[in-house]
Design a protein around this ligand. Sequence first.
Ligand SMILES: *Cc1c(COP(=O)(O)O)cnc(C)c1O
Length: 418
Amino acid sequence: MAKLRRQDLDELDRQDALAPLRASFHLPRGLVYLDGNSLGPLPRAARQRLRRVVDLEWGRDLIGSWNRHGWIDLPLVVGEKIGRLLGAGPGETAVADSTSVNVFKLAAAALALSPGRRTIVALASDFPSDLYVLAGLAELLRDGSDGRPVKVELVAPDDVGSALGPDTALLVASHVDFRTGRLHDLAALSRLAHQHGALVLFDLAHSAGVVPLELARWQVDLAVGCGYKYLNGGPGAPAFLYVASRHQDALRQPLSGWMGHAAPFRFEPTYEPAPGIGRTLCGTPPILSLAALDAALEVFDGVDVGALRAKSMALGEVFLRLVGERCGDAGLELASPANAVDRGSQISLRHARGYGIVQALAARGVVGDFRAPDLLRFGFAPTFLRFRDLWTAALALERVLEREEWDRAEHRRQLKVT
Ligand SMILES: *Cc1c(COP(=O)(O)O)cnc(C)c1O
C-alpha cells in the first residue's frame, strides 16, 4: 500500500459530511487537540449562553431566575437531551453531581434493590475513582444491614462470567477502558449479569456522544457518565445518570437531599422521594455549568451518533497508519485493540518515555495525554477533528522521537495533572 500523503488527508476532509461541525467550537489556531476525550473544547453556543446567564439571569434577574429562566428544571431538561444520545427512554436520565458521586448513589441504590445479595463485581481495569468509591461504600456498609458485609470483587473483563453468582447484587463496568480504549460489549455484559439475577451499572464517560448507545434495548439498569468529555460541557461540568424506568419507583439512593424530594418547597421534616428520575438529585444544581452543558449539547442537534462513530473509527485508522508509516521503528507499541470496532474513540501507544513524549508533543501544539506508567493516549473527537490534523500530529510525533525531544529537562518535569 502506498504511503499516505498530505493530499490524501485533505481529500478525506473534503468528503467528510461532519466537517461543518468544527465551526461550532472555539479552537485555538494551530492547535491539534487529541484530548477531547478528557476535556472537550469550548462550543460557541456554550460561551454565548454563559454570557447571557451571567449578565441577564444571575446579574439582573437574580433569584427569580429559578422560575423565570427555568433553572430549577435544568437537571431533568438537560438529562433528557443526553438521554437521546444514550438510547434511553423519556424520563430516564438526569444531570447531577460528578460521575464519582453518581457511582456512589447508584451502587448504593442497587444494593438496596437486591436484598440478600452483598457482592459487587467490578472491572479491575476500571477508572480508579469508580473503584475507590465502591471501596468506600463497602467500608460504610461493612457491618452489613443484613448481618453480612458488602464485598467488592475486582476481575478482568474476560472473567466477569465466572465471577457472577447468587450473591452478586451489581456488576460495575466502564464501556471503554480509559487506558487502552478497549470497548466492552455492554449488551452481552447486561445479559450475563441478568442471567445471575444481578443488576448492571455502566460508566459511559468515554462513550457518550461518540459511540452509539442503546441503553433501553440492552436492558441496562443503571448508568453514569461525564459531561465534560465528548459532550463538551466544560471543566467540572455536572455528570449524568440513567435509571431504567422499571427500577425508578423502588429506587432509594442515600444522598437524599431536598432537590430529590417530592416537594422541596414544602420543607417537610421527613424525606419523600420525588417520582421518577428526580429522586436521584441531591442538592442545588451548579447553574453556570449546567447551562454551559445544555448549550454545548446543541452541537449534537440533528447529528447521528452512528456517523460520529464511523468518522472516529476512520480517524483512528488513519492515525495508526500514519504512525506506522512515520514512526514504525521508534519503539512505540500499540496498547489498544488492533481493530477499530473493538476500540472506543481513542488510541493508546506504549513507550517507556511516554511522559516526556506527550509533553514534547504539546510544546509542538499537539495535545494528547499521558496515563501512568507508560501510555500515550490520543482521543479522536469526530465533532471537530480534521483528517489533516492527524498528518500534523504524526509528523510532530516523528520529530519528537527522531530528535529525542522527550529527553529535554522541561519535558521531563512532572506536572500535577497529566
Ligand atoms: C473521567 C472519568 C470519570 C471522572 O469522574 P469525575 O467524578 O467526573 O471526576 C469517571 N469514570 C470514568 C470511566 C472516567 O473516564
